[in-house]
Design a protein around this ligand. Structure first.
Ligand code: SAM
Length: 354
């Protein structure tokens, strides 16, 4: 987390019926502060599943291995072992020594925390037996303080990228929901998307993410936006399908950044005046962010589940007498190429030849 510390936790004496909550909290604290995983001596599938869910929603791949032989873990080479115990030497007197030892070896750090009475071997095998205070305290607080000192406060800047992004608020709660690919497909399924819709959005996703990977665009937003852009077609195939799609996604509390991608994906966008004539809620539906532009144009360059050329798209629009819209699509193409310094025709050809 500060670039060179791999911290892992060994939890010994875990009693599933009594310690489930506190051991989960040890794992959550370790994870949030940048540790890579936790070993738990007693098998506890519920904790493993809990943390898996947290990883899935809030990011990272913090591991939980329960039912391990603790002595075996602690006897592995390449670990600097720190045992947290109220009987150890004060943290304030040992922290600099620990950091120096770590600097020399750059070993992984194993922090041993107990639950019930800790066996003597843990004291013997550890490089440092450390007390945060000489009073009994919770292992969660002891771990948090040790990690804070090891990382010199940098864990407070540590962030993970998951489906749910907390937006810090002075008051109240705000959570941004950015579904991953799997979750987007589930949302589509729940809304009874047909195979035809699925085939189309999967191809748009391929093209959009291919463009986004060569551009300074947010891949998670582009992926979700591309997969969900036609969710409104589950209720209508009219010009209002993007508006309906945005409504569905707002109802599912999906991030507003994704909702906007969906709402603004029709052609190269719809102006306020055009919206009024088309009977849509009167507002501007022009794609603004690079993610919005990429998804709109990827959709323009995919017909059904096939990539088509810009010229073919323009022809299709002209055939429907949509001359202004066809001009805007050409301009959007140029705009993306200029912003990203890429050639969209080449990207389309690469994918078509795959
Ligand atoms: N009965 C246990 C024993 O004999 O060590 C202590 C139970 S205590 C609630 C659980 C764990 O919290 C301990 O094993 C230790 O890792 C940690 N802990 C509690 N107080 C601590 C302190 N003052 N300093 C460091 N770690 C502490």
């Amino acid at each position: 987390m500060d670039g060179n510390k791999d911290i892992q936790i060994l939890r010994i004496g875990h009693r599933p019926e009594r310690d489930k909550r506190i051991t989960t909290h040890v794992a959550l604290t370790a994870r949030a502060f940048g540790a890579s995983g936790i070993f738990i001596d007693t098998k506890d599938p519920a904790i493993e599943e809990n943390i898996e869910n947290v990883n899935r929603n809030f990011g990272g791949n913090f591991f939980v291995k329960s039912g391990v032989e603790p002595k075996e873990i602690a006897s592995q080479n390449g670990f600097l072992k720190i045992h947290l115990t109220m009987y150890g030497l004060p943290l304030k007197d040992t922290i600099e020594k620990i950091k120096e030892s770590h600097k020399k070896t750059n070993d992984r750090i194993l922090i041993i925390v107990g639950a019930e009475k800790v066996p003597f071997w843990a004291y013997e095998t550890s490089d440092y037996n450390v007390s945060v205070t000489s009073q009994p305290i919770s292992e969660v607080s002891a771990l948090a303080i040790l990690m804070d000192r090891l990382n010199e406060g940098k864990e407070l800047e540590f962030s993970l990228k998951g489906m749910r992004r907390i937006i810090p608020m002075e008051r109240g709660k705000k959570v941004d929901y950015i579904p991953d690919g799997e979750e987007c497909l589930l949302i589509l399924q729940r809304n009874n998307a047909t195979q035809r819709i699925l085939d189309h959005v999967l191809m748009v996703e391929q093209l959009a993410t291919s463009i986004a990977s060569r551009c300074n665009a947010n891949m998670d937003l582009v992926r979700a936006g591309a997969l969900l852009h036609d969710i409104g077609r589950t209720v209508t195939n009219g010009i209002d399908h993007a508006v309906k799609g945005a409504e569905i996604l707002r109802g599912a509390k999906v991030s507003e950044e994704i909702v906007k991608i969906v709402e603004r994906h029709t052609g190269a966008g719809i102006t306020k005046e055009e919206a009024s004539k088309l009977g849509l809620p009167v507002k501007d539906y022009t794609p603004i962010t690079i993610e919005e532009k990429i998804v709109a144009q990827a959709d323009n360059l995919v017909s059904g589940n096939k990539i088509i050329t810009l010229e073919e798209t323009v022809e299709n629009y002209k055939r429907k007498n949509l001359f202004e819209a066809s001009k805007k699509i050409v301009m959007l193409n140029e705009d993306i190429e200029k912003i990203c310094g890429i050639n969209l025709k080449e990207i389309c050809q690469e994918l078509t030849n795959k």
